[in-house]
Design a binder for this molecule. Structure first.
Ligand SMILES: [Zn+2]
Length: 495
C-alpha cells in the first residue's frame, strides 16, 4: 500500500522530457507542488539542497512509484559521479566537462517545451544543435538563473526564459549532435577517429583541433569561440585522410615554406605541445600521427596517402632499416626532390608506408657511375657535365657495402634516354657519329651530351637503343646556333 504521506512529492504525473535528467525533473516536481525554491524544498524533504548532487536527486525521484521505463530514462539523462568521472547518457565525462553551477539553456528548445535538457550542462556544447542558437546563461536582465529556481518558463522576476520558436533540424556537423548520438538520443552514424574514445577525450580533441584549424598561427592558445569546437569536430568526424587534409590545408594557409621545414613544435606550436600531453594514449597517437603526416604531405608537396596504417617512420629509422648511412638516405631523398617528387628540406621528416615503399624502390634501383655510363652510351667519367647541368643528381653515401662512390637515380637515367629518343631530327644532310663528332670538334663528350639534350646541336638520327652512342649529329647547314658553353652551368670538365 502506497503511503503518500511518506512520499517526497504528492504528485508525480509530470512526464520526464526527452534528455531530461533527475535534476530538472526534480525541479519541475517541486514547482508542481507549488514551491518556488529547490533549496527549501530539498531541505524540507531532507535532501541536501545546498550543493546540488544530481545522483542524490535521482535516488529521490526513482523512489517514487513511477514506471521502470521512466526510471531508466531519468537515470540515463542524469550525470552520476563514479571513479572520478561523470557518466551521462552512458558516456564518460570529466568533472571539468560539466557544470551545475548555474543554468544554461536554448531559448528555442524551451519554447518547444519548458524543461531542462541534461546536455545543456556539458560546457563544450556552446550552441544548440537543433536550433543553431548559442546557449544562454542569463535572462533578459542579464541575470543568471540559479538551480534553486524550479521553473523553466519564467524567472523569479517574471522574465520569460523561452525565445521565439525556430525550425528544429539536427545539425550533424556539430560536437553537440555527435554527443547526443553517442548518448543514444539520435540515430547512429560513424566517426571512425572518435567512436572508440571517451566523450571527455572527444571534447579535448575537438577543442584542440578546432582551435588550430579555425585560427591563424599564434604563439598563445587561441580563445574558444562558439563554433570552434564544431570546426574541430568536422575535421575529426571523418577518416584519417580527412583530418590530415584539414591540418595540411591549415599549414599551407598559415605557414611560409621556410616555416614548414622546421620541427613539429615550431610548425604546430601550442597545438603540438597539447597533443603530446593528451592523456589518452590512442587519441595522442592518432593526432600526433596526423600532424606528422600532414607535415610530410606539405613538405613533399604530395597528396595525403590513403594508407590507413599509422606507422610513420623517421629518416633515421628508415636509414637503419635499409642499412645505409642517414646522410646517404637524406641525399637520396634530396635527389628524389630534384626529380620532381619532393621539395627541399628534410631536416625533420618522417614517412608513411607508401613513401617508404617508394624510397626503398628507388634505393634498390640506384645505379653506379659505370652502369649509368653503360646505359647512356658514354664512359663513366664522361657523365660529370650531365650531373653539373642537373640531369643527374649524385647520391652520396648510399651504398650498403661501404663504397663511397656516388650513385644515381634510375629514373633520371631513364628520363635522359627518353629525352634522347624524343629529340627532333634534321631530315636531310650529312651527319657524323656522336663520338666522332666530339673528336672532330675537339669537345668533351659530356659537354656535347648536354648540348644535345638542350637542343643546341642539331641531330640527324637516333638509333634509340644505345644512348648518346646511337646519336648522329647533323653537319651541314642545319646546325642550330650554339649557345656559349659556360652560359648557365658550372662545367666540371676542362676545355
Ligand atoms: Zn534548441
Amino acid at each position: 500500500m502506497l503511503d503518500r504521506l511518506t512520499m517526497p512529492f504528492s504528485n508525480w504525473s509530470v512526464e520526464p522530457g526527452n534528455t531530461e535528467g533527475a535534476l530538472g525533473y526534480f525541479a519541475r516536481l517541486v514547482d508542481d507542488e507549488g514551491h518556488d525554491s529547490m533549496r527549501v524544498y530539498s531541505k524540507w524533504i531532507e535532501v541536501n539542497g545546498r550543493n546540488i548532487v544530481p545522483s542524490s536527486l535521482l535516488e529521490v525521484v526513482c523512489d517514487l512509484p513511477i514506471s521502470d521505463d521512466r526510471r531508466r530514462r531519468l537515470a540515463h539523462a542524469t550525470p552520476v559521479e563514479r571513479d572520478g568521472s561523470y557518466w551521462l547518457g552512458g558516456q564518460r565525462f570529466a568533472r571539468r566537462d560539466l557544470s551545475f553551477r548555474r543554468r544554461r539553456w536554448c531559448p528555442a528548445c524551451l519554447a518547444e517545451k519548458p524543461y531542462h535538457r541534461s546536455w545543456w550542462d556539458i560546457l563544450a556544447v556552446r550552441r544548440c544543435p537543433y536550433h543553431d542558437l548559442e546557449l544562454v546563461d542569463r535572462d533578459i536582465d542579464n541575470r543568471p538563473v540559479g538551480w534553486w529556481w524550479p521553473r523553466f518558463d519564467v524567472t523569479k522576476s517574471g522574465n520569460a526564459l523561452a525565445g521565439p520558436r525556430r525550425p528544429n533540424v539536427l545539425r550533424r556537423g556539430t560536437l553537440a549532435a555527435y554527443l547526443l548520438m553517442r548518448m543514444d538520443y539520435e540515430d547512429a552514424w560513424k566517426a571512425p577517429l572518435l567512436d572508440g574514445l571517451d566523450a571527455t577525450v572527444v571534447i579535448d580533441l575537438c577543442h584542440l583541433v578546432g582551435r588550430l584549424v579555425s585560427n591563424s598561427k599564434t604563439d598563445s592558445i587561441p580563445q574558444l569561440a562558439s563554433r570552434t569546437v564544431d570546426a574541430g569536430y568536422r575535421a575529426l568526424a571523418s577518416d584519417r585522410a580527412h583530418l590530415v587534409g584539414a591540418i595540411a590545408r591549415w599549414m599551407e594557409r598559415n605557414l611560409l615554406r621556410a616555416e614548414i621545414d622546421r620541427s613539429y613544435s615550431v610548425v604546430f606550436g601550442w597545438a603540438y605541445d597539447q597533443a603530446r600531453s593528451l592523456l589518452d594514449v590512442s587519441a595522442k597517437r592518432m593526432l600526433l600521427s596526423a600532424f606528422r603526416k600532414a607535415h610530410a604531405t606539405v613538405l613533399t608537396g604530395g597528396h595525403a596517402s590513403q594508407a590507413d596504417d599509422d606507422g610513420m617512420v623517421s629518416l633515421t629509422e628508415l636509414a637503419a632499416e635499409i642499412g645505409v648511412d642517414r646522410r646517404g638516405l637524406s641525399s637520396l631523398i634530396s635527389a628524389l626532390g630534384s626529380a620532381g617528387k619532393a621539395k627541399d628540406g628534410k631536416r625533420r621528416m618522417s614517412f608513411d608506408s607508401s613513401q617508404i615503399a617508394e624510397i626503398k624502390r628507388e634505393f634498390g634501383a640506384l645505379l653506379s657511375r659505370e652502369k649509368v655510363g653503360d646505359l647512356l652510351g658514354i664512359r663513366s667519367w664522361e657523365i660529370s657535365p650531365l650531373s653539373a647541368a642537373g640531369y643527374l643528381i649524385p647520391v652520396s653515401r648510399a651504398s650498403c657495402d661501404g663504397d663511397r662512390g656516388f650513385r644515381f637515380l634510375r629514373r633520371q637515367v631513364d628520363e635522359i634516354l627518353r629525352l634522347i629518343a624524343l629529340i627532333p631530327r634534321v631530315s636531310t644532310g650529312a651527319s657524323r657519329k656522336f663520338r666522332a663528332y666530339c673528336r672532330a670538334e675537339n669537345r668533351p663528350v659530356g659537354d656535347v651530351a648536354v648540348a644535345i639534350l638542350r637542343g643546341e646541336i642539331a641531330v640527324r638520327d637516333v638509333d634509340g637503343r644505345t644512348g648518346f652512342r646511337g646519336v648522329r649529329i647533323a653537319l651541314d647547314g642545319n646546325q642550330l646556333p650554339e649557345r656559349q658553353h659556360q652560359s648557365d652551368t658550372i662545367s666540371m670538365c676542362e676545355e
